[in-house]
Write a protein that binds this ligand. Structure first.
Ligand code: ZN
Length: 220
């Protein structure tokens, strides 16, 4: 794996770690998949081998059914956080913000869900987490007021604002550390707004985060 985090145009000194993801953190997305809105966050992990630069062409795993895009605000962790931390410690640990695609093998995930089995094969496969560069946290006015957009072949598919999260970023970090300590170089994905859908070979995707970030990529 040759992925490395990039922040403000420079390679990050932090080792690339795990990605902790939250499912169903936007009510409209929970509804579109006919999922109940959870009373506790749904957490899952993608290993470092799932990471790739979003600019590299995305490869859809063959013969595994639909592979959906889910655009998400990604948080780069810059300081260790562990159980018992408070929101101000979580705030100190924010290094930067970026955009991720939480690629999901939706048909496989549906089969696993129906069988009561864990989602890893559908969510944590190699390349399942394309990530943009990060913007240093100093450049962010309000992390809970960022616009997230994804267009597929010029058509707007996903549009949300981080103010719509059911659990905001700092509370999510505190909740996460009840189960998983976070290390510098780890990433938190914060859930996707509604509008998810399947990737197709040859797609052109454009991702943006307010005026902070813009990235384009293609699907092989
Ligand atoms: Zn997601």
């Amino acid at each position: 794996m040759n992925y490395q985090h990039v922040i403000d145009g420079k390679k990050s000194a932090h080792t690339v770690g795990k990605v902790v993801c939250v499912g169903r953190n936007y009510a409209a997305h929970a509804r579109e998949l006919n999922n109940p809105i959870p009373d506790q966050p749904v957490l899952f992990i993608k290993p470092s081998t799932a990471l790739a630069s979003v600019q590299a062409p995305i490869a859809i795993p063959p013969h595994m059914g639909a592979c959906h895009f889910e655009i998400e605000l990604a948080i780069l962790i810059g300081k260790p956080l562990s159980r018992g931390c408070c929101e101000s410690q979580a705030e100190q640990a924010l290094a930067g913000v970026g955009l991720a695609l939480d690629l999901t093998l939706r048909d496989l995930q549906q089969q696993l869900k129906e069988s009561g089995l864990p989602w890893e094969k559908a969510k944590a496969f190699d390349g399942a987490c394309p990530l943009s560069e990060f913007v240093g946290i100093e450049s962010v006015n309000n992390i809970q007021d960022l616009d997230i957009r994804l267009s597929q072949n010029g058509e707007l598919r996903q549009q949300g604002n981080t103010g719509q999260m059911l659990m905001p970023v700092l509370a999510l970090l505190v909740y996460t550390t009840q189960f998983f300590s976070l290390q510098p170089g780890d990433v938190l994905l914060t859930g996707t707004p509604s509008g998810v859908g399947p990737l197709r070979s040859g797609d052109q995707l454009e991702l943006s985060l307010s005026k902070l970030l813009r990235a384009t990529t293609t699907v092989r």
